[in-house]
Design a protein around this ligand. Structure first.
Ligand SMILES: [Zn+2]
Length: 212
C-alpha cells in the first residue's frame, strides 16, 4: 500500500506500551526503547485521534517466568492457547514500572486501553488476548468512531506492535507501522519474522518523517 499523503480525521495513532518497564532501566527493557518517546510525541501532534495502550498485569501473571517454578525469562512454555514466551515480572498494575514514560506527552489522547489483566492469558495485541479470540473492545471503539486507518508505534516492534498490526489487518483496517517510532527485542529472529509477516499481510511499513 502506498504511504498516505496526509493524516485526517479517519486516522488513528495507536501508541503501544511506552511504559517504564519497557524502557532502559526497566524490568523488560527494549534496547533503546526510550528513543521512541520524542519521535512519538511529534508524530502524535499530527493526529486528532490517539489511543495509548498500557500492559497491565496482576501479580503472579501467567506470562512471568517467576510464576513457573524452574523456568527462566525468555524460555517458552506450552499454554492452552499456544506457545507462550516467559518474561521477567513487568508492568504490574499500579507500579512505577507500569507507568507511561515520563517524557511521553500526548495530552489529547482519547483512550487509554489496558491489556494483559487476565491472570492466565497474556495479551500482546491491543485487539485480542493471546488466545486470539477474546477481544479487548478496541476494534469496536475504532469502528464506532469511524476510524479506518490505523497507525502503530511503540514497544516492542516484534511483539506487541506486531500482534496489534496483524489483528488490525484481520479486523479489516488499513494498517501502517511507523517503524522508526518503534524499537524491538529480537528474540530468536523475531524482528525478521515480523517484517515477513507484515509483507505477507499487507501491513505497510512507513517512516514518521515521511508520513506527513
Ligand atoms: Zn506483558
Amino acid at each position: 500500500m502506498a504511504e498516505p499523503a496526509t493524516i485526517d480525521g479517519n486516522d488513528v495513532l495507536i501508541v503501544i506500551d511506552v511504559q517504564n518497564d519497557f524502557c532502559p532501566g526497566g524490568a523488560l527493557a527494549v534496547p533503546h526503547g526510550d528513543e521512541v518517546v520524542p519521535i512519538i510525541n511529534r508524530l502524535a501532534a499530527r493526529f486528532r485521534n490517539v489511543v495509548l495502550t498500557q500492559d497491565w498485569h496482576p501479580r503472579k501473571h501467567f506470562s512471568f517466568a517467576s510464576t513457573h517454578p524452574g523456568k527462566a525469562p525468555f524460555e517458552a512454555i506450552a499454554a492452552a492457547y499456544g506457545t507462550q514466551v516467559l518474561w521477567p515480572d513487568h508492568c504490574v498494575q499500579a507500579t512505577p514500572g507500569a507507568d507511561f514514560h515520563e517524557g511521553l506527552q500526548i495530552p489529547h489522547a482519547g483512550l487509554v486501553l489496558r491489556k494483559g489483566m487476565a491472570p492466565t492469558v497474556d495479551s500482546y495485541s491491543a485487539f485480542y488476548e493471546n488466545d486470539r479470540v477474546t477481544p479487548t473492545g478496541l476494534a469496536g471503539y475504532l469502528r464506532c468512531r469511524g476510524l479506518s486507518r490505523v497507525f502503530l508505534a511503540g514497544l516492542a516492534f516484534d511483539f506487541c506492535v506486531r500482534y496489534s498490526a496483524e489483528d488490525a489487518r484481520r479486523e479489516g483496517f488499513h494498517v501502517f507501522v511507523v517503524e522508526d517510532a518503534c524499537r524491538g527485542l529480537d528474540v530468536e529472529g523475531s524482528i525478521a519474522a515480523t517484517r515477513a509477516s507484515f509483507a505477507a499481510l499487507g501491513v505497510a511499513s512507513i517512516k514518521a518523517l515521511a508520513a506527513a
